[in-house]
Design a protein around this ligand. Structure first.
Ligand code: FAD
Length: 455
């Protein structure tokens, strides 16, 4: 009989925590998961899922416009934000129920409340103490708000998904994927959208050509991007707000939305008190097997600030279980993790950016820009851009990037090819599917003149 109440207590029932808990329980371990909010975590309740549902809603705005060129006489459509939010919330309730059921069916105890680590093997929830052989921290992250006068008036992605009404004018501060996605969906739904970024362009960390192509598409659709710009203050003005920028410019709007990064949820969790090392930004420091500086305490997902994506948290959870409960030490493989931005048009990307690839050696670049066939009749001024980055010595494709309709769906498949180490010759030997945009990835033959060779 174990001297602990549980073999594993997980704090946080989000993407990583739920997967790790139920997989551990399947090995026969006695498992509990602590959740202070809703089972499902950020992705299901405040992230990927509700966001994508709103992106779907907004995509109809384009479709109604496109339909005319194909002979459809579309009466002026009307849109009901309240109905969308109610339907979205009903779906989230359904998913929360499913997650709860998954835990129950896998014999994982759900401990309602805030979990605090009180020792290397103990957790307190709602004034009650529980012991476990291992503790897993999967508490995710929370929007970070900078110290700006009037910041208390700003909303974050949490509130943006649940607004009572669609704002007519919205200022979005930040240029990461969350900012860009919300900008696209609010703009398509009819809001006047202004993005304010400190950097020279949106989507820092993405391939430069992708950043430029997407920014151009967004600006064509009427989104204003203020570059190299900092907010000085936010002041209430009538029913809305005045956003003062450095310099003299003032932007009036109904909502100010900050998407300026996320902070790991480690505050008040008791980790430092028991000897768990955190970074200066509050992320939990772990080794390749997700073990912290306290051997019985582990952490994964957004709280370790590696790659903050749901499938990564899930895969980390499975690697943790394989290592700790199945006797198969399994580090997480962070190479070639594909990602998407559900912007309008969306982005799909896997592998290295051109800058990263050039740091490793000589490269060949293949690029294609075109107007998708659909828009020849829809009349929409939208262009797609696709780019392959090939390591010159090995001829392996090391980067695959796209801005354009269906980019995330297309790039998911090519991620398998990159994971397998496919060469450009193997891409070329693959027969395309015609007529698609995706076939462009297997028909690009002319490499761009090399910047180095130009000199
Ligand atoms: P989370 O899912 O954040 O779960 C952590 C859980 O821990 C939460 O439920 C929280 O309530 C709970 N918790 C925290 N502290 C305590 C405590 N002390 N006691 C008890 N419970 C606690 N990723 C994608 O892959 N694709 C996307 O399209 C995408 N879109 C996103 C859009 C938005 C707006 C946001 C914010 C994120 C998005 N993400 C997306 C990121 C994704 O949501 C996260 O990477 C993922 O949820 C991380 O999972 P996790 O298990 O680490 O933490």
């Amino acid at each position: 009989m174990s001297k602990f109440d549980y073999d594993l207590i997980t704090i946080g029932a989000g993407s990583g925590g739920v997967r790790a808990s139920r997989m551990a329980a399947r090995t026969g371990a006695k498992v509990a998961v602590v959740e202070e909010s809703r089972v499902g975590g950020t992705c299901v309740m405040r992230g990927c899922v509700p966001k994508k549902l709103l992106v779907y809603a907004s995509s109809f705005a384009h479709s109604f416009g496109d339909a005319r060129g194909f002979g459809w006489d579309v009466a002026e459509p009307s849109f009901d934000w309240g109905e969308l939010i109610a339907n979205k919330n009903a779906e989230l309730n359904r998913l929360e129920g499913i997650y709860g059921r998954i835990l129950r069916e896998n014999n994982v105890d759900l401990l309602d409340g805030r979990g605090v680590v009180t020792g290397p093997n103990s957790v307190e929830v709602g004034g009650k103490s529980y012991t476990a052989k291992r503790i897993l921290i999967a508490t995710g992250g929370w929007p970070h708000l900078p110290d700006v006068p009037g910041i208390e008036h700003a909303i974050t992605s949490n509130e943006a998904l649940d607004l009572d009404e669609l704002p007519k004018r919205i200022v979005i501060v930040g240029g990461g994927y969350i900012a860009v996605e919300f900008a696209g969906l609010f703009n398509a739904l009819g809001a006047d959208v202004t993005i304010i970024i400190r950097a020279g362009n949106i989507l820092r960390g993405f391939d430069e050509d992708i950043r430029e192509a997407l920014a151009a598409e967004m600006e064509k659709q009427g989104i204003t991007i203020h570059r190299e710009c900092v907010v000085r203050s936010i002041e209430p003005e009538g029913d809305g707000y005045s956003v003062r920028l450095h310099g003299t410019e003032i932007i009036d709007c109904d909502k100010v939305f900050y998407a300026t990064g996320r902070t790991p949820n480690t505050k008040g969790l008791g980790l430092e008190e028991v000897g768990v090392t955190l970074t200066d930004k509050g992320a939990v420091v772990v080794d390749e097997y997700f073990q912290t500086s306290v051997p019985s305490i582990f952490a994964l997902g957004d709280v370790i600030s590696r790659i903050e994506l749901t499938p990564v948290a899930i895969n980390e959870g499975m690697a943790f279980v394989a290592t700790q409960f199945e006797g198969r030490p399994t580090p997480m493989d962070y190479e070639n993790v594909p990602a998407a931005v559900f912007s309008q048009p969306p982005v799909g990307t896997v592998g290295l950016t051109e800058v990263e690839a050039r740091e490793r050696g000589d490269v060949d670049i293949y690029m294609s820009r075109f107007r998708p066939m659909k828009h020849t009749l829809s009349g929409r001024e939208s262009h797609a851009m696709m780019k392959l980055i090939v390591d010159r010595a090995s001829q392996r494709v090391v980067g695959c990037h796209m801005v354009g309709d269906d980019a995330p769906e297309i790039v998911q498949g090519f991620a398998v090819a990159l994971k397998c180490g496919a060469t450009k010759a193997q891409f070329d030997a693959t027969v395309g599917i015609h007529p698609t945009a995706a076939e462009e990835f297997v028909t690009m033959r002319e490499k761009l003149p090399d910047h180095d060779e130009d000199q």
